[in-house]
Design a binder for this molecule. Structure first.
Ligand code: BGC
Length: 748
């Protein structure tokens, strides 16, 4: 804003006006601070507030501090920051604008490991992939509301999640934080999580925009992809999440896209996000993702986070200088401040101040996390109906995975230190991105609770001969296999530490072997044909041990379905060799996403490959029947109806999935014959049926034409499949759809 706008305010009133605070702690509106009137729209409030700001105040809003000590740089956070946190942006007290107290992340309130003095113990949700595997947007929202409430009660009003990068690279070290390989599923899930977090008046930060799809070389690589293909894949996930959730902020990632850093990528930030999608929140950078002042400011970055991670501060004083010399228009700085403040009003941060006295109901919160995991566990194999385990089982042996103590969680900035402390301390790297934190929720203990009559033994699995002896003694064996994944490094898909050999030896000794996998994402399973039962439990979260036990014994019917394909072997992947592997650190390279929008199951279909387990797959203890598939056109939109029936003897939840595609895509070898068009998670008592009706978003039937800058659906016959995975159950039904076009500017 200009100095002339500020003068009357300073001289006449602002400097002398005491801030009046009403009983609730909310600063009250008055003639001097009309922006504090909740009756005005967030946009109007933001405009009024920014008009009253000095340039220095505006600039203070666009530059963030780190919230923890950085001994190697001699950095200490400012006094107002919450110690051990990810970030802090001071407020403007005289205007009633609160500070932004920023915490990681999408799975719960994290503590930066640099600051053990400020160590917080909080509730951890299961990993993002576990939540995506529930295919239950209600659960995703509830879990996010829980962590949002814990964030508030911990003094934070900004939570750095959720993430919506697609699982393009199944070895990605952060895949566990995200919501799978399909844009519709990821977008709907992330959207629900944003709604949940923001229901607590805490700003959700959708990250990492965009194509931050692997950790190897994450700060130097360029993800190269045709723009139209990006619009139909990674960007579509973000587009849907934004429409569904309206996040207060979007975080631009570390990587480059088509040669330009995310945080100075005008196409991503200005054209697509703020232009085409009409996004009204602010763009904040990832920690250390800023490389310029003018380029970033002009491309659409609104806030430089934790500048200590960048080579030097690029906003703040350098931005003031760029404005002074005319390289950045002053209005652009006004806009940055306005976007930030608008979000503070829109999410309710100003009107609902943080209450540092708030209590956290840890017991109830743990149950929320447990309920999420209970629906996220995927039953992948159940030969001879070995599961659910009978409570009358006499001798049961549990092997490995520290299942006697707890469940694994992923590493890096999202690490939540659990209530009760790390159940298996001292595992994994002592430094970043470690440690490997085990949440104190013992599957073994919970299994003992489910089957109190059984004799249950635990062996660690470190000694294979001992495990084999125990397996021979037992009637049933449950092996826990774990794979730790963490931010900043990618994983191999092979289970570490000789676990494949352990599983093979145990399965040879006892055919009644069930494997429970706790992993960040897909793993290779060379032993799959030798084991009778198989559950994918992801990172199970607080209360995850109980959820696993309840599924194993059938107290809960498994209803998770895969949000990612599990490859049979590495050679099936679009990139059998991880891009950048073996290159010297910090040497820039390109990852060419020549598979375009054919991510995950679409790749397998296009290449006619059969994965080990298909996207969308998941078994239940009951059986579902699908029928009466009908497709028709209503107001130009595709409407699909079908029935789902529970044909078994137990209650259960089906995940009915509809896949769509024009006939022509097959002939063209386009992306894939089928895309997920919609789904419904249906809870059914034995013998019950339900009719489901879904409207398919027209973008899922269209192609993005980047030259014409629009979505285009060509007229003609379209096929609609129904099933319980991306491998449909029967032949498609055909419907003729009219042409449809939509300008890229979806929100206009
Ligand atoms: C991560 C972000 C995180 C930030 C703050 C970065 O290293 O990429 O996801 O929110 O740190 O801890």
């Amino acid at each position: 804003m200009s100095v002339s706008r500020l003068v009357p305010c300073i001289l006449l009133l602002c400097a002398i006006a005491p801030v009046r605070v009403i009983a609730s702690g909310v600063p009250a509106a008055d003639a001097v601070r009309p922006w504090l009137d909740p009756g005005l729209s967030p946009g109007e409030r933001a405009r009024l507030a920014v008009r009253a700001m000095s340039e220095g105040e505006e600039l203070s809003l666009v530059l963030g501090d780190f919230g923890s000590v950085m001994a190697q740089k001699g950095y200490r956070p400012p006094a107002g920051a919450r110690m051990g946190s990810a970030g802090y942006v001071p407020g403007i007290a005289r205007l009633g604008i609160p500070p932004q107290w920023i915490s990681d992340a999408g799975l719960g309130v994290a503590t930066q490991r640099a600051s053990r003095d400020a160590y917080r113990e909080r509730t951890a949700l299961p990993s993002g992939l576990a939540t995506a595997a529930t295919w239950n947007v209600g659960l995703a929202q509830r879990g996010a509301a829980m962590i949002g409430a814990e964030a508030r009660a911990s003094g934070f009003d900004v939570l750095l999640g959720p993430g919506a990068d697609l699982v393009r690279e199944p070895r990605g070290g952060r895949d566990f934080e995200y919501a799978g390989e399909d844009p519709l599923l990821a977008g709907m899930m992330a959207g629900a999580q944003i709604r949940g977090i923001q229901s607590q008046h805490v700003i959700a930060v959708l990250k990492h925009f965009a194509l931050n799809d692997q950790e190897t070389g994450r700060t130097v690589l360029s993800a190269d992809i045709a723009r139209g293909q990006a619009r139909m894949s990674d960007l579509l996930a973000f587009e849907l999440a934004i429409e569904q959730g309206h996040p207060g902020a979007v975080m631009c990632g570390y990587n480059r896209v088509n040669g330009q850093y995310d945080c100075e990528n005008r196409w991503l930030l200005d054209e697509v996000l703020k232009g085409d999608w009409g996004y009204r929140g602010y763009v904040m950078s990832d920690w250390g993702a800023v490389h310029s002042t003018v380029r970033s400011a002009l491309a659409g970055l609104d806030q430089e986070s934790a500048y200590t991670f960048d080579e030097k501060p690029y906003f703040g004083a350098p931005l003031a200088e760029a404005v002074r010399t005319g390289r950045v228009p002053r209005e652009r700085v006004d806009e940055m401040a306005e976007r930030i403040v608008r979000t503070l009003f829109a999410v309710g941060v100003v009107d609902h101040p943080i209450d540092p006295e708030a209590r956290i109901e840890f017991g109830a919160d743990r149950r929320v996390a447990e309920a999420d995991e209970a629906q996220g566990i995927v039953l992948l194999k159940n030969a001879g109906g070995i599961l659910p385990l009978a409570r009358t089982v006499k001798r049961l042996v549990v092997i490995g995975g520290h299942a006697d103590r707890g469940v694994m969680s992923g590493g890096g900035s999202s690490t939540v230190f659990p209530v009760g402390g790390d159940a298996v301390a001292g595992v994994g790297p002592a430094g970043w991105p470690g440690p490997v934190v085990y949440l104190p929720s013992s599957p073994l203990g919970a299994m003992m609770g489910e089957a109190p009559q059984a004799r249950i033994r635990y062996v660690s699995g470190r000694d294979v001969a001992q495990a084999v002896r125990a397996a021979k003694w037992a009637d049933r064996v449950v092996v826990f296999a774990t794979q730790w994944a963490a931010e900043s490094e990618d994983v191999s898909l092979t289970l570490p530490g000789g676990q494949d050999a352990l599983i093979e030896a145990v399965a040879r000794a006892n055919p009644h072997t069930v494997v429970v996998v706790e992993s960040g994402g897909p793993v290779l399973m060379p032993w799959v044909s030798q084991v009778a039962g198989l559950l994918e439990a992801w990172y199970p979260g607080s209360g995850g041990g109980e959820a696993i036990a309840r599924v194993l014994f059938g107290t809960v019917d498994p209803s998770g379905h895969l949000p990612v394909s599990f490859p049979r072997r590495l050679a099936q992947l679009p990139h059998p060799r991880l891009a950048g592997a073996g290159l010297a650190a910090n040497r820039p390279f390109e990852v060419r996403y020549s598979e375009g929008a054919a991510v995950g199951y679409k790749w397998y279909q296009r290449e006619r490959l059969t994965p080990l387990f298909a996207f969308g797959y998941g078994l239940s203890y009951t059986r579902f029947g699908y029928g009466d598939l009908r497709a028709r056109v209503r107001n130009g939109q595709l409407v699909v109806t079908f029935t789902v029936s529970n044909l078994g003897q137990r209650s259960g939840r089906a995940v009915a999935q509809v896949y769509v595609g024009p006939k022509s895509w097959r002939a063209l070898g386009w992306e894939a014959p089928r895309r997920l068009g919609g789904w419904s998670k249906v809870s059914l008592a034995p013998g019950a049926s339900r009719t489901v009706r879904l409207t398919v978003d027209p973008r899922l039937l269209a192609v993005f034409d980047s030259r014409a800058q629009r979505w285009e659906r060509s007229p003609g016959p379209y096929e609609v499949w129904l099933g319980d995975s991306s491998d449909p159950l029967g032949p498609p039904t055909v419907v003729s759809l009219p042409a449809w076009q939509h300008s890229a500017r979806w929100n206009e």
